[in-house]
Design a protein around this ligand. Structure first.
Ligand SMILES: [Zn+2]
Length: 120
């Protein structure tokens, strides 16, 4: 994998990481402050709990993505970026441009997804 491509992927990943971190912070604060007003009846409370869970569910997905981005950045440092961690083959550049934090080649990803082993 050429250095120029790696450098641009690194930039994309770092930018992505900043954006998600920012978004996460906002969402987390939203979810935490949601429904903390006084004097609500139980229907409101149930609704609030429901909304809170949805918000936190989204936070979880972002946190997962953040983790994958960190791993990808580490692989760039290690020089193993762009190699499928399952079968060791090179991941297509086209795929890496689309999913810069991809860990698996297309074949392994669909195989693992089918088995329910990975979400992303
Ligand atoms: Zn693979």
């Amino acid at each position: 994998m050429d250095a120029k491509f790696l450098e641009s992927q690194k930039e994309v990943l770092l930018k992505m990481r900043d954006e998600i971190r920012q978004k996460l912070k906002e969402k987390y604060n939203d979810a935490m402050s949601f429904g903390n007003e006084e004097g609500q009846d139980s229907a409101d409370e149930a609704y609030n709990l429901y909304s809170k869970n949805i918000m936190l569910g989204r936070v979880e997905t972002d946190a997962l993505k953040l983790n994958l981005i960190d791993q990808a950045l580490k692989r760039i440092e290690d020089g193993t970026y762009g190699v499928c961690i399952e079968c060791g083959c090179d991941i297509e550049e086209k795929r890496l441009k689309y999913v810069p934090f991809a860990r698996y080649c297309v074949d392994c990803k669909s195989e693992l997804e089918k088995k329910g082993l990975i979400k992303m």
